[in-house]
Ligand binder design. Structure first.
Ligand code: FAD
Length: 575
């Protein structure tokens, strides 16, 4: 058998695993891997970004959208440290990621060498698999184990690779190593299923809460909701599990959720949780029975007291329930929910129909909706952009991604980049606040470089508005939230893309139509109303107390008092 460089054998393996991309920035300690990537005529494309954080956030988004492993690389030391944010995003949203970081030459380890960072220690908390490569011969086998573990544990596998070891020659056996992975899916337990059927048949006011783990089981979920005539609330990242237009749909639950979803929860006698680890128990029913379906046994009963736990795949469990539960055609509880939801949609439509300048963020959501294609991918950023997009965008066949658990600002742009790379024929729209976008904006030029015609909508209110309302609801005065105005449209043009600065409502729709028609990346820099408050669907007592404290402090300390939302909004949503 001939000899081959370990780095080249590993690239061959990546191909066998179906890896088609690596995001990253080259540099000394990882350059042998990059050279192998360049030399070998492979189907793996290297996407050079401008900051490693964007590489790891894009890899996480790729994985959220495709279910396949996202891959990124960086040099050791500073490059590795820059990757951390996206790695935590993958860890916390449970998606597989492979991270390759360079390492100083093995003969120098422990000598306090230039850029020497103990990456194995650094990544201990974030990784499900975390090894320094110590021999060229074992490198391919370690790669296989890293990828298998990332898939099985739905987490991050990291390999720290001293350049000299990647250079090492090994026998050309790597291609023969098995790249098969069989996911362990727990089989359903008949007794649990029949207990669940009994509870569902006996319930008067059942509510379904669907999360990320139900997104692959859309058909079964829809059939289930219709069969038992139950309303369905979704978690934020579960948006899309049931189309927003479905008559049983109640929207999100939680701070960003709807009032009808909250009300349904509070009057429910049975909660059916499907593929969710929803954390905000205060929004869930008090003392109702609960059936929970989750592929991970550790999640059963973790957040809510469960009467029956079904460990297994959501689509299989729902298929069983669809066969065995008694159909219900007329449920007064569902009718009440639907009436409330009709009112809610009417309020949302009223908000979206706001034609005033300064432009209402809700009107921007209407503009996005008007250009969104049926299979578009929305990549929402963290901040008030999260609230506007979750609440006002209707997701039917589209995909919706966000950094749900880590909640890292700056995820919108990398998400749209990954969407376009993975699905070149689908429209990719990032929805960002100016604070979040400016954390990663340098990488808009990466979209230009690789000809990814994404649309980036910047809701530009020159402030960190989510934090503004957090401070207010905690009874604090606003501090440290103002941002300098950047002309993001000019920035887009400077990068070689297209930019539209929209300051008046009258110009909104033309700009969005132009963006839709563009064949290069676009930034829509929309000056939005600074005082548009993302009111919760239902305000909880602590928040009400906090706002009252903020208001009185403002008067006492002579602080600029923000315009409060119109009273009619407060009354209709909070009470
Ligand atoms: P996960 O926590 O990822 O859980 C998915 C579950 O599905 C897991 O338990 C997994 O084991 C299971 N699963 C996976 N595959 C399968 C399968 N095949 N079959 C069965 N089960 C499977 N969220 C809200 O809901 N409401 C809010 O108001 C809200 N506000 C937010 C505000 C901001 C600014 C941000 C950034 C986030 C907010 N979030 C909100 C998100 C929140 O932090 C959580 O991330 C979210 O609620 C978790 O959703 P999930 O349970 O669907 O996803």
């Amino acid at each position: 058998m001939g000899k081959i460089k370990a780095s080249e054998a590993v690239i061959k393996l990546f191909e066998n695993w179906g890896i088609d991309h690596i995001y990253g920035i080259p540099g000394d300690s990882i350059d042998t891997m990059v050279e192998a990537l360049r030399k070998k005529e492979s189907n793996i494309k290297f996407y050079q970004v401008r900051h490693e954080e964007v590489a790891s956030l894009a890899a996480a988004a790729y994985s959220k959208l495709t279910g396949k492993i996202g891959v990124c690389l960086a040099i050791g030391g500073p490059g590795a440290i820059h990757l951390l944010n996206g790695m935590y995003d993958a860890k916390m949203d449970h998606v597989p990621m492979l991270v390759l970081v360079g390492h100083i030459p093995s003969r120098l380890t422990g000598t306090d060498y230039f850029q020497e960072v103990n990456t194995v220690e650094l990544f201990k908390d974030v990784a499900v698999y975390n090894k320094e490569i110590t021999s060229a011969e074992s490198f391919p086998a370690v790669v296989n184990q890293a990828i298998r573990t990332a898939y099985q544990e739905r987490g991050v596998a990291v390999l720290s690779i001293p350049d000299d070891i990647a250079e090492g020659e090994i026998s050309d056996h790597a291609a023969q190593l098995s790249t098969i992975f069989e996911k362990k899916i727990p089989g359903l337990v008949e007794n649990d299923l029949s207990d669940a059927v009994a509870l569902i048949n006996a319930a008067k006011n059942p509510v379904i809460l669907a999360g990320v783990g139900a997104k692959h089981a859309k058909k079964e979920l829809k059939t289930f909701a219709e069969r038992i005539s139950a309303p369905v609330a979704v978690t934020l990242p579960g948006k899309g599990a049931l189309p927003d237009e479905h008559p049983n749909f109640l929207g999100n639950i939680g701070k960003i959720g709807t009032k009808p979803a909250y009300e349904a929860m509070k009057s429910s006698d049975l909660l059916v949780m499907v593929g969710t680890d929803y954390p905000y128990a205060a929004y869930l029913p008090e003392g109702a029975k609960c059936v929970q379906i989750d592929i991970d046994p550790l999640k059963i009963g973790k957040r809510y007291s469960v009467s029956v736990g079904i460990v297994g795949d959501a689509s299989e469990a729902l298929a069983y329930l669809n066969e065995h539960t008694t159909p219900v055609s007329d449920r007064p509880f569902l009718k009440t929910c639907q009436e409330r939801m009709a009112k809610w949609w009417a309020w949302m439509d009223e908000d979206k129909d706001n034609k005033k300048t300064p432009i209402a963020p809700q009107a921007v959501m209407a503009a996005i909706q008007s250009i969104a294609e049926d299979n578009a991918i929305f990549s929402a950023d963290v901040g008030t952009a999260t609230v506007w997009s979750t609440r006002y965008l209707h997701v039917t066949n589209q995909d919706f991604i966000i950094s749900a658990w880590l909640g890292t600002m700056g995820c919108g742009l990398p998400g749209a980049m990954a969407a376009k790379q993975a699905f070149p024929d689908r429209q990719a729209i990032a929805i960002c606040g100016d604070g979040a976008f400016s954390m990663v904006m340098q990488d808009f030029v990466t979209a230009v470089k690789y000809k990814w015609p994404i649309i980036v909508v910047v809701l530009n209110n020159k402030q960190l508005s989510f934090i503004k309302y957090e401070q207010q609801s905690a009874g604090q005065l606003n501090y440290g939230i103002d941002l300098e105005d950047i002309d993001y449209a000019k920035f887009a043009e400077a990068c070689g893309g297209k930019g539209y600065r929209v300051e008046k409502y009258e110009d909104l729709h033309d700009a969005f139509e132009a963006a839709k028609a563009s064949d290069v990346p676009v930034i829509l820099d929309v000056a939005v109303d600074q005082n548009a408050a993302p009111l919760p669907g239902k305000i909880v007592m602590d928040e009400a107390k906090g706002y009252a404290k903020f208001a009185s402090k403002s008067v006492i300390e002579n602080h600029k008092f923000e315009k409060m939302p119109p009273m009619k909004d407060v009354v209709r949503r909070f009470l």
